[in-house]
Structure formats: structure tokens, C-alpha cells
Design a protein around this ligand. Structure first.
Ligand code: PEP
Ligand code: MG
Length: 918
């Protein structure tokens, strides 16, 4: 018979930690904690219903496998035996918790029901057993509240208007009762109050939801189980999975466990702790607890949690008594358990515990979530402590998290001392501060006056983009991790917090009020921690992290560099970017886009000369303009080659269609006509002549060099002269000339003839025997990949331009994908944006084929990538497997790519020992 239910408790367990796929993370760890001989921790007994049941439930129209009922009943009997209580027993009732638990933790995204098994009869039994009617009624009212919300409203697909959900209505009733009694805290409510609340809540259930609250414990249990399965496909859970890229097919397990109570008096408590500090990585036990409370009270933030020990104190909790002081024996037991857990799992653990009348219970343990700084430090410290080996340390840091080490942070000491005024979802990491504005127009206006602003909106839309861009950070009261604000901010690497539900923005867009009562007006300062998703009032000092002082980072990256096979280069267009990339560990430039010099700062003169060249009527005119322009081109290339002394620099010949450089408005064209001394009508005619219907597939890339060989000649001459002169002055330039947008080897051979001729001329003129260089091409067109065998006859290297290659393989315009990509993602037609992560099935096949065919002609063909994918960890790993020599990405992503490359080599090493490639 197939097993759907796994029991754990009293030193025994059917499952273990390795069964996460079947039991979910929580279930697998409960089994491990309860049953592993090295642990056998005090875990309240219970059982896990497998994720396969979840899959079955959805596939078979919300029904369960036939065998499930009997298996649940059998496991329940085992629990009853250990607890010496019975579920539904009027005299001695067992109470249960019903919780979700997916393979990967999805904090707060799914639902839970506690105190299952209470009704008007069993509540009396609970009172008789505990002698504590207040506690019993408090548990009962919590059950009715949770059950109504989770099982009877959410799981049944009811969608009440905002603020009209049953839980909210019940919360309001509870608050009313507190007000009427003049009470501050929930714990001030009397037994009578709570008893009344139970009755009121049950009435509300009937009125609002049209059905009675079920008194039958078994009905409650199955209702709870079904609700947890339903919550797997709840809105929050689905959205979270999309961000985390977890498959929908995984499903959740359900954990049914006997209840233990942290709210049975002053000798009871509940808490959450980490075996190390998840904010800094420091190796100190860190956590919070609340006396006489249930787990949800810690999360809800109703009372200020107390520090478990002196180390865990913060500004808000510094005067509160620690667990170590209040319950020293229990603290010691907890401390020992957390040490054992960390040693057992060899990673930082996040634990939940409850103390019921002086007895400690472990409710959960899992790998603790940590920020980037802590991830690096923990990995390196654990290596030093010999808890893990070097490979594990390198594999343990998620490459994307490295970014957090480079972002500004709030001064940690001050941050700990400042109260949080609002909390939302951490959509864009790093910290930012500025003055509050409420509209995009205000953001633009304030920024124009030189003010730093934070744009605060309910949610953002494409019309807000200008203001969002000008703002230091974006804060929204609505929306999730895939809302417009979140997507845009992530794209820009901007600090952003979304879904900050406690913010109430005034109608006139001039002020806001937080849940905790803080009022802010336009122009007031706030500071955001986008990594944590929290907001502070005022102008807190930010610190720029100094990587050179981060010893753990340096140790980790030294390991990384030893373990990777691929080189990592950078895409840089200026000596400044190049120098920065070297700091980040770049080993060369994989893409120097020559056209950068015609945009932005200092571009006036070269742009004018380029336009002059474009508008030339005759070859002689064009050559004259090119001669003037070449001074700038050479200067630029020389400066970059000099910075990259001894490292390769791939210089790409001019790529964009020429019309991109021609002014589009009439008055700008007029100005150009005047500058050039050309008649306006004539200039207009020439500009019109450049117009193309489909410029991305038009006269660009190598096609320019075919039509105007003199453009190629000028650039190649500039490169060789710059390099030759540097050689003469004792420098070591290593230029690589790269021809873009090619589709046939004939383009390459024709251009190569120019290169060969100019090379000889320059060597003679500058007076050097040899200028080391390579001649190669970008592979951006499917035909180039398919004919790579021929291309490699002339090309000495390939660089996959996966931006264009993706565009041309999918037939998706890279500039217009925003119009339809969201639908493709939400309808699951595509799993991810193919412009961010390489589509291995399609584009990846072309790359693999291109490399194979290229190397079959030229065994030592050097191969790299310079599209945006070169900094995406998944894509970097693909590039390693495809056998590339290097990846190239923007300077900030160089460390990410280095780490991803090392991880790829290690993962690959499981099959065969990684060898150094050329
Ligand atoms: C590419 O197409 O991948 C590439 C790097 O070139 P660009 O983005 O400049 O077209
Ligand atoms: Mg391209």
C-alpha cells in the first residue's frame, strides 16, 4: 500500500531530512529532529501528509487517495497514545495544529490552523485539565478566528472587499472589546470577555459566511488539511513561487502536530531564534521570545519581543528581561540544542520553540534565511571552524546575493537603534534615503532642484516611470514582488519596498500615516532598507561598503578563483568602467562598444564629426570627416587598452544603424545643417535616405563596413596605432577586433583583407615588428551559429551576442518585448524572460552547435559571451557546461559571474574533475 502519512515523535520518525520533496522542508526536519539518533529532540508528536497528496488533490478534482483516511487515523492514534489524550475527548482532549510545508520554505505565503479539536464540549475538558479557563477560551477564540479566515473564507475562494475579510472584522470586534474594557493588550481580556468573543465570532461566521462553525473535531481537521492544500494555489503563494522560480507542480505537504502552548502562564513562552546572526553572520545565538504567548503573537508584532540573551538586545528591547535570565535552565537546554542542530545540519538554522509550563519543545528548524553579507561570512566562518569544506563554502553563497555586499547600507549601529515605522516586501535591495513625494511629477520637480526624493505611491504604473527614475527609491503601499514598481526597480537595481500595507496615503497626495500612527508630510525625510523591506523616519546615515575591508569576501573569492575554469571579463566602454571592473576581478574586456563615445558626457565633438561623416555626399568628404573622427576613436581606445595593461580587450567595430545618430527633430536637424554648412533641404533628403522600416535587421553591424570599407579602415587603424604606440612605450596592449552582426564567413574575409593591409601599414609606420591581436566575430544571428564551421575559418574567436541571438532566434524584438512578455510569463508560455536567462532549449542549442562546429574547424577557437546573460548565474553555469572560455558582463556583476562560474565547475566536477581549459 502506498504511504501517504509519515509519523514522528518520541524518538521515532518514519521520515528524515533527506525526504524534503515528499515531506516538505518542515515535515522532513521535524522527522529528523524527532527521530535522528544524534538529535531525538523534544518535538511534539505528529504526522506529515505528503506532497503527493497535494498533487493528487489538484489532479483529482479536490479529492484524496482512498487510503489516506485510514492512514491519518492510524497516525492520529499514535499521537494520542504518546500524548495520553484523545482527539475530541470531552474530558481530556488532544488539540492539533495543521500547517503547510513545501519543499522550499515560503514564509507566510500559505495558511495554518491552530487549536483544532476545540468545541463547546472539549473546551470544558481543557479547562478541567488545565485549571485555566482564560487560556482555554483564548485558544478557542483563536481557533474560530483562524478557521473562519483560512478554511471557510480563503479556501472556499471567497474574495471579500478590502477590509471586509472575516479576520479583519473579527479583529475589529476584538479591538472594540479591548477599548470598552480600557485594556492595552490582548492578555488583559478576561475569561468572560474571551468566552463572549467565542460566541460573537461564531455568530459572525454564520452571518458573514452563511454556515455554522463546525463543532465536530474530525470535520475541523479535514477542513484544515484541505485549506492548507488550497493555500498552495493562493495568490500570495503563486506570486512568491514565480519570484523564487519554484515549480507549481511541487505541491505542499501538511503537518498535523499536537499543540503545545506558550500561553499557559508566566512559565510558558514562545520564540524564534537563529543559530547565528542572520543580519551580519556573526557566530552568536540570536533570537526573540514572548512570555505567555502563541507563535502568531511574535509574528504579528503586537507586543515587543524580548531578547533571548544579552547579544540579541536592540534599542527597543534593551531593557526587557532575557530568556537566559528568566528561565536559565531552559535557556541552557535551548542553547545546547541549537549547537547540536547546527553541527548536525552544518548550516545556520532558524528555529522555533515553545515552552509549555517549564518544558521546552522544538517546533521547527530549517536552514536560516540570511542576507548577502551574512551568507558570505557564515560560509567562510564555517569553513574556518571545519564545519564545512571549501567546496561547500563556495556552493553555499547564492551568486545573486553578492550584489548586497556592494550596495549602500544604513549604518548598522544606528539602524538597530531606530524604530521601524512600516514594513513591506523587499523588492529592491540596498538602502536609500530621501524626502517623501507622492507623485511622479513632484519627484521630477524636486529632483530637478537637486533634492533627493523617495517616491511613495499606492502602486505605480508606466506613467510614473520618469519620477521613479529620478527617485532614490520607491515605496508602495500595495502590490507584490512582481508589481510594476518591483519589476522596474529590480531592473534598475534600485532600492524598493512594495506592499507596505500599513501606509495610508492621503487623497490630496500630500501626506501619509503609518499603522503605528506616524504622520509624514511631503518633504519629510525617510530612510529605506530595501534588503529587509523596512522604513525608518528621518535621514539615517548610509555607508558605502568597502569590499577591501571585508575579509570574508576576500577569502571566499580567492577560493572561487581557484575553483572556476572560465574566465570572467567585463563589458566596459570607458577607462573608468574598466578600472572599476578590475577592482571587481575582471580579467579583460569582453565587449568595448565603440559607439559609446557618441553618447553622453564629452560626446559633442565626436558626435558632430560622426554626423558629418554620415551626411557626406562623396567618398572624399566621408574620408575627410573620418580622418578628423579617428583622433577621438584612437584616444578612447588607447586609454582603455592602457588601463587593461596585459589583459585582452575586445573592441567591437561600429554596430548601430547610422540613422540612430542623426537628429530626429526639425530644429536639431536645422542646427546641424548650419553647423555643417549644408542646405537644410539637402540634409533632410540625406536623413530621409537613411530611414529604414526595420533598422534592427537593417543596415547595421558588419553591413556598414561592407558598404563603407573606409569606416572599418579608420577604426582598425585607430586600434593598431593605439596598440603600437603603447607597445613602444613599454605597455602590453592585447586588442581583439570583433566584427558584429555577421551571417556569413564572406563578410569576415572581406573585412579581414582591410585588417591585414592596415596592420602592415601601421607596423611600418609606428615602427614595431608585431602587434599581438586577434580577429573574430560576434555570433548574433542564427545563420552565423549554424555556419560556425565556416566562420571559424577566418575568425580566431567567437563572442556570443545573446541579446541579438535571442531576439533573432525567438523573433522577439528586444525593445518591444514589454508589450507581451508579462502575458507569456503569467500564462506560463515561457518560464522566464529569455533576455535575462539563456533559453537553453532553443538559443542554447544554437550556442552549443556553434561552439562544436567552430571548434571542429579551429580546435583552439576562443569562445565567450557578451550579451546581458553573461552576468546571470544560471546562464553563466550554462556557458561553463557549453565549454566557453569566458563570460563578459557589466562591472558590478563580475563577482557574481566569478562565483557562478566556480559553482558550475564544482557541480560539473561531480561527474568529472574540472580541468583547466586553455
Ligand atoms: C548582443 O547582441 O548580445 C550584444 C552584446 O550586442 P548589443 O547588445 O550591443 O546589440
Ligand atoms: Mg548585438
Amino acid at each position: 500500500m502506498k504511504r501517504y502519512v509519515y509519523f514522528f515523535g518520541k524518538g521515532k520518525a518514519d521520515g528524515n531530512e533527506s525526504m524534503k520533496n515528499l515531506l516538505g522542508g518542515k515535515g522532513a526536519n521535524l522527522a529528523e529532529m524527532a527521530g535522528h539518533p544524534a538529535l531525538r529532540l523534544p518535538v511534539p508528536p505528529g504526522f506529515t501528509i505528503t506532497t503527493e497528496v497535494c498533487t493528487y488533490y489538484y489532479e483529482k478534482k479536490r479529492t484524496y487517495p482512498r487510503e489516506l483516511k485510514a492512514q491519518v487515523e492510524k497516525a492520529l492514534a499514535q499521537v494520542e497514545k504518546i500524548m495520553n489524550k484523545r482527539f475530541g475527548d470531552p474530558a481530556n482532549p488532544l488539540l492539533l495544529s495543521v500547517r503547510s510545508g513545501a519543499r522550499r520554505s515560503m514564509p507566510g505565503m500559505m495558511d495554518t490552523v491552530l487549536n483544532v479539536g476545540l468545541n463547546d464540549v472539549t473546551v470544558e475538558g481543557l479547562i478541567a485539565r488545565t485549571g485555566n479557563p482564560r487560556f482555554a477560551y483564548d485558544a478557542y477564540r483563536r481557533l474560530v478566528m483562524m478557521y473562519a479566515d483560512v478554511v471557510m473564507e480563503k479556501a472556499e475562494g471567497r474574495d471579500p472587499a478590502r477590509g471586509k475579510g472575516i479576520r479583519k472584522l473579527m479583529d475589529e470586534r476584538l479591538a472594540e472589546m479591548k477599548r470598552a474594557g480600557g485594556f492595552q493588550s490582548d492578555t488583559d481580556l478576561t475569561t468572560e470577555d474571551l468566552k463572549k468573543l467565542v460566541a460573537i465570532f461564531k455568530d459572525m461566521v454564520k452571518q458573514e459566511l452563511g454556515r455554522e462553525f463546525p463543532e465536530d473535531p474530525m470535520k475541523q481537521l479535514w477542513g484544515g488539511i484541505g485549506a492548507v492544500f488550497m493555500s498552495w494555489n493562493g495568490k500570495r503563494a503563486v506570486e512568491y513561487r514565480r519570484i523564487e522560480k519554484s515549480p507549481d507542480a511541487w505541491g505542499t505537504a501538511v503537518n498535523v502536530q499536537s499543540m503545545v502552548f506558550g500561553n499557559m502562564g508566566e512559565d510558558s513562552a514562545t520564540g524564534v531564534a537563529f543559530t547565528r546572526n542572520p543580519g551580519t553572520g556573526e557566530n552568536s545565538f540570536y533570537g526573540e521570545y514572548l512570555v505567555n504567548a502563541q507563535g502568531e503573537d511574535v509574528v504579528a508584532g503586537i507586543r515587543t519581543p524580548q531578547p533571548i540573551n544579552a547579544y540579541s538586545k536592540n534599542e527597543q528591547s534593551k531593557s526587557l528581561p532575557t530568556l537566559e535570565k528568566v528561565m536559565p535552565a531552559i535557556y541552557k537546554q535551548l542553547f545546547d540544542i541549537q549547537k547540536r542542530l547546527e553541527k548536525h545540519y552544518r548550516d545556520m538554522q532558524d528555529i522555533e520553540f515553545t515552552i509549555e509550563r517549564g518544558t521546552l519543545y522544538m517546533l521547527q528548524c530549517r536552514t536560516g534565511k540570511r542576507n548577502g553579507v551574512a551568507a558570505v561570512r557564515t560560509a567562510v566562518d564555517m569553513l574556518k571552524e571545519k564545519l564545512i569544506d571549501a567546496k561547500t563554502a563556495v556552493l553555499r553563497v547564492p551568486p545573486e546575493q553578492l550584489v548586497e555586499l556592494f550596495l549602500p547600507m544604513i549604518d548598522p549601529k544606528l539602524e538597530a537603534a531606530t524604530p521601524v515605522i512600516a514594513k513591506g516586501l523587499p523588492a529592491g535591495p540596498g538602502a536609500a534615503k530621501g524626502r517623501v513625494v507622492f507623485t511622479s511629477a513632484e519627484a521630477v520637480a524636486w529632483a530637478a532642484k537637486g533634492e533627493k526624493v523617495i517616491l511613495v505611491r499606492e502602486e505605480t504604473s508606466p506613467e510614473d516611470v520618469d519620477g521613479m527614475h529620478k527617485a532614490q527609491a520607491i515605496l508602495t503601499s500595495k502590490g507584490g514582488m512582481t508589481s510594476h514598481a518591483a519589476l522596474v526597480a529590480r531592473g534598475w537595481g534600485k532600492c524598493c519596498i512594495v506592499g507596505c500595507a500599513g501606509l495610508d496615503i492621503a487623497e490630496d497626495n500630500k501626506s501619509l500615516r503609518t499603522k503605528s500612527g506616524v504622520a509624514l508630510r511631503e518633504g519629510d525625510w525617510i530612510t529605506l532598507n530595501g534588503t529587509k523591506g523596512v522604513v525608518y523616519q528621518g535621514n539615517l546615515p548610509l555607508v558605502e561598503p568597502d569590499l577591501n575591508r571585508n575579509a570574508s569576501y576576500k577569502i571566499l573569492m580567492a577560493l572561487v578563483d581557484r575553483m572556476r575554469v572560465m574566465k570572467v571579463r567585463t563589458n566596459a566602454d570607458t577607462p573608468k568602467d574598466a578600472a572599476q571592473a578590475i577592482q571587481f576581478g575582471a580579467e579583460g574586456i569582453g565587449l568595448f562598444r565603440t559607439e559609446h563615445m557618441f553618447y553622453g558626457e564629452g560626446s559633442d565633438k565626436p558626435l558632430f564629426l560622426l554626423r558629418k561623416m554620415i551626411m557626406s555626399k562623396t567618398l572624399a568628404e566621408r574620408k575627410a570627416a573620418l580622418a578628423e573622427l579617428s583622433v577621438f576613436v584612437k584616444g578612447d581606445i588607447k586609454a582603455t587598452l592602457e588601463v587593461m595593461h596585459g589583459l585582452p580587450v575586445t573592441i567591437r567595430l561600429l554596430d548601430p544603424p547610422l540613422h540612430e545618430f542623426v537628429p530626429h527633430s526639425a530644429d536639431r536637424l536645422e542646427a546641424l545643417a548650419q553647423e555643417l554648412g549644408v542646405d537644410m533641404a539637402e540634409l533632410e533628403k540625406r536623413a530621409e535616405g537613411l530611414h529604414e522600416n526595420n533598422p534592427m535587421l537593417g543596415h547595421r553591424g558588419v553591413r556598414l563596413g561592407i558598404t563603407y570599407p573606409e569606416i572599418t579602415e579608420m577604426q582598425v587603424r585607430a586600434i593598431f596605432e593605439a596598440a603600437g604606440e603603447l607597445i613602444k612605450s613599454g605597455k602590453k596592449p592585447l586588442p581583439e577586433i570583433m566584427v558584429p552582426v555577421t551571417c556569413t564567413v564572406n563578410e569576415l574575409t572581406e573585412q579581414k583583407a582591410i585588417v591585414d593591409r592596415v596592420y602592415k601599414e601601421v607596423c611600418a609606420r609606428v615602427g614595431v615588428k608585431k602587434i599581438p591581436y586577434l580577429y573574430g566575430t560576434m555570433i548574433e544571428i542564427p545563420r552565423a551559429a549554424l555556419t560556425a564551421g565556416r566562420m571559424a575559418e577566418t575568425a580566431e574567436f567567437f563572442s556570443f551576442g545573446t541579446n541579438d541571438l535571442t531576439q533573432m532566434t525567438f523573433g522577439f524584438s528586444r525593445d518591444d518585448i514589454g508589450g507581451f512578455l508579462p502575458d507569456y510569463l503569467s500564462n506560463k508560455i515561457l518560464p522566464v524572460d529569455p533576455f535575462q536567462t539563456i533559453d537553453q532549449e532553443g538559443v542554447g542549442e544554437l550556442i552549443a552547435l556553434g561552439i562544436k562546429r567552430g571548434r571542429s574547424t579551429r580546435a583552439h577557437l576562443k569562445v565567450g559571451i557578451c550579451g546581458e546573460h553573461g552576468g546571470d548565474p544560471e546562464s553563466v553555469k550554462f556557458c561553463h557546461r557549453a565549454g566557453m572560455d569566458y563570460v563578459s558582463c557589466s562591472p558590478f556583476r563580475v563577482p557574481i559571474a566569478r562565483l557562478a562560474a566556480a559553482q558550475a565547475a564544482l557541480e560539473d566536477g561531480k561527474k568529472s574533475a574540472p580541468k583547466k581549459r586553455r
